[in-house]
Structure formats: structure tokens, C-alpha cells
Design a protein around this ligand. Sequence first.
Ligand SMILES: Cc1ncc(C[n+]2csc(CCOP(=O)(O)OP(=O)(O)O)c2C)c(N)n1
Ligand code: SF4
Length: 500
Amino acid sequence: MAAELKSDVQEAELLLEGYECIHSKSEVFYDKYERKNDLQGQTHYCPGCGHGVAHKLIAEAIEELGLQDKTIFVSPVGCSVFAYYYFDTGNVQVAHGRAPAGATGVKRTCPDKIVISYQGDGDLAAIGTAEIIHAANRGEKITVFFVNNAIYGMTGGQMAPTTLVGQKSTTSPWGRRPGNEGFPLHMAELIATLEAPVYVERVALSDNKNIMKARRAVRKALEIQRDGVGFSFVEILSPCPTIWAKDPVVARKWVAETMVPAFPLNVFRDKKVEPVAANAPPICPVEEVLEITAKEGSASATKHAHHFKEFSIKVAGFGGQGVILLGQLLTEMGMREGLEVSWLPSYGPEMRSGSAHCHVCLSKERIGSPLISHPDVLIAMNEISLRKFAPQVAAGGLILYNQERLPADFVLPQARVICIPASEMADKLGSTKATNIVLMGALLEETEYLFADTAVNVLRDKVKKVEMMDTNRKALTAGREFIDNYVRVGALSQPDGFAY
Ligand SMILES: Cc1ncc(C[n+]2csc(CCOP(=O)(O)OP(=O)(O)O)c2C)c(N)n1
Ligand code: SF4
């Protein structure tokens, strides 16, 4: 009866009494894998899956090298997406294929950490090809473990870039044909053509001898990172019994007999490089990084009381009309006035004369999303934008339309419309390029939400063409005066003028 009350650990200790424990689960793994119901304590991997073995080798190497507290494991999308269930280290889970990019960010901000990018072959060699090549080419001081099982495991067996010639998959049901699906990608060889990587090896989880070699490779790759030497990459040929529809023993044999001849095991790169001291980025406030500290019109220099909580603007027109720039200027102004800001541009591939718009949000509180469905203000720089976006403007909002009058058939939405011939006005001032600045002046004057002195400072700092400054200054004033002289005093009513 007393024995029944003992915990699992006590039971295990009793069983081991008188024995020396020479092998146990690595300390780097959690004691217990938290799973649902009767899966509690089990891993989610299929029996015979190579991921389990690869995890074990990595965990043991981390433990032996005493790196557990320094390690940050970046798990991919794929069967190993849940690596963070098992590794009692720092963990980050990233989007499909992006592990080397995520790992780059982590390593660059925390250069003293050991950052591991763990990826499958669909993840690394298909959707994430660009990320791995560029991380390797930059020589990021991370370690990549690339588990190549020649198939997409998690999604049920589609062809991967590593699928062998003749191998059947759900998307190559007749077997991979080079003439149709191309040849398998040899990632270790490809990465070894780059100059920066320090260590590149391919190993196989095919039999005990090769698993021991894999163990050494995993450890070496981590030592290279620990010593600050450079980029290390280990490709691990690995069985996927479930998708290959083979029992675990046969699957291992398949790795040895079929995968290894196609993906030869080798040390492709083992450069002797002197460690370089970690180059940590300086930690400083965002304002300083963006060089906006103490500039005239900055949040610290100018304290404005804003009489709104959140204010959203959509600027729309043709590419080339300064739509995107106007959005950026307003965003910069908001930032300098100490507001939370977001700016989201949208334009087609044609850039000039294609349609373009951007969303600007200015807020006293943190902004949830930069996407604006119902802007408070629409600045429509052409008729297409007016027709397209006017219905979206929030009830009681404002539309600034770059024309003398509204189109005759235009059905007025539940918003005030001010027609302002900004292009003509800018032209008279010397350049139609200042159309957006005329509209900016009108916006500032009409809403009084942002301040003209901030606008002048921002224009001076941000508009690259110095010779435009004089025109821009005049354009800003012209836009403001238009509101004061023509709209506030004796406004006409639409459709032939300025509508309220
Ligand atoms: C952006 C995106 N595209 C596609 C998917 C679907 N998806 C999930 S896992 C996976 C394949 C993973 O295969 P692999 O990297 O070989 O890993 P394995 O499961 O074999 O370990 C795909 C295509 C996704 N989750 N996200
Ligand atoms: S499907 Fe393949 S890769 Fe995924 S867990 Fe099962 S055996 Fe492993």
C-alpha cells in the first residue's frame, strides 16, 4: 500500500537502488513533456523519427558544453515546430523558412548567446532558401541544424527540394523526374561554395556508427559558435518512417542505402579562423538611433497638447504625385510631436502613374494595426481615389479633394468635402511637385491636429531637394491660407465649390 503512494521519481529511484545510472535523459530537456491527456510525457514525433535522435544529440552537446543557460533555440515550421516543448532553453518559434533570419536578429542583439536554427528540408531548402543562403553568406555566427528527410513530413508527404530522383511523393506520384521537377538540392555543397561559412558537414542517422559521427558534428558546430568563430551548418540525413511508409528499421536502412549515395557524407568546410570578438550593437534610445533627438520640432523640443486621441489619414492618388512622401512627412511630424505613429504604404509595381495610397495613424496610445479601414481624413489627389476611397471615410470625417469642384455625378458621403485646386496652386508657385504640400497645409489648418512649425522643420530635414524648400514653404502657407480665406470665410457649397 505504501509503495503505491510513491511518486514516479521515487519508484524509479527504488528500481535503481544498487545500480549506477550511466545514461539518462539530458538535463537540457524538460523533465516532463506537457501534452494533452494520455499523450502526457510523450514526444509528438512518430516512432523511429530522426527528429527525436537529432534533438537528443543537440541536447547532449549543449549539456556537455555547459551552454544550456546561454542557448536560444529557434524552431521552424514543420514536424519540429514543437521543439520548444522539449528544450529547456530560450525558445523562439518563427514563420516557415525564416529561422535563419530570426536567429540572425537574436544573435545580433545578444551576441553572447548560442543561437540555434533548427530546420527541416521543406523549411530550409524550399520556402526559406533565401534566408539560409544569405545568413550563411553573411557569416552569421549561428549554428544551423538541417534535418533532411527528403520529404515534407508535417503536411503529409509533398515533394521537397531534397526528394530523390525517382522518389514518389504526393506531388510527384510517378517519382521525381529531373526533366519535370528538377534535381535534388544539395544544400551542404551549395553552402560550402560560399566564402563565409566556417564549418559545413553532412551526417546521417542511419546506424550507430554514423549517429556517433553526427554527435561529434553537432558538438563541433556548437563549439564553433561558442568560440565566436562563425557560421556552422550540419545537414542531418534523417528517417521519416511515417511518410515513407516504412517501418523504423527499414527507414534507417533506407537512409544508409538510398539517401547516403545521393547525399554523400562529408566535411565540406572546416576553416581555421581566429575568433573575432562579438560586436554588440550599442544600446541606445530609438530617438537617438533615428537621429531625431533634440532636433527642432522633436518630441523633446516641442511639447504640443493634442486635442485628439487617435487620428487616421489616408492619402491616395497616382504614383509620382507625392502620395507616399506626404504620408511619411505626416508620420514624421507626429513622431516629432511625441505621438505614436504608423505609416503603411501601398502601391503597384508601376510606381509612376499607377495608383498609390498610404495609411497614416497618429495616436496618443500604442497603435494596434497600421491598417485603416475608416480614415478620419481622406486626401484624394485624383478623381479615381476620391471615388474609390470616399465611401470608406468615417462618418463626420473630412475629405480634401485636389480639384476646384467635385465631379457632377459624385454622391456625397457622410463626410465634409473641401475641394482645393492644389495642383494649380502649386504650379503657380513654381512646381506641381508641391501639390502634396499645399494639401498638407490645408490639412494642418483645417484640423489643427499637427503644427505648422513642426511641418517646416520636417520639410527642411526630410525633403532632399534643397531648391524645393522655398516652394514647399510657400505651398504650405498657400494651403493654410486657402482654408482661412476661401473655406472659413464664405465657403461655397458643392458641387461647384467647397462643400460642407
Ligand atoms: C507560409 C507557410 N507555407 C506553408 C505552410 C505549410 N507547411 C507546414 S509544415 C510544411 C512542410 C515542412 O516540411 P519540412 O520542412 O521538410 O519539415 P518536416 O515536417 O519534414 O520535419 C509546410 C509546407 C506553412 N505552415 N506556412
Ligand atoms: S511525419 Fe516523419 S518527420 Fe514528421 S514526426 Fe513523423 S516520422 Fe518524423
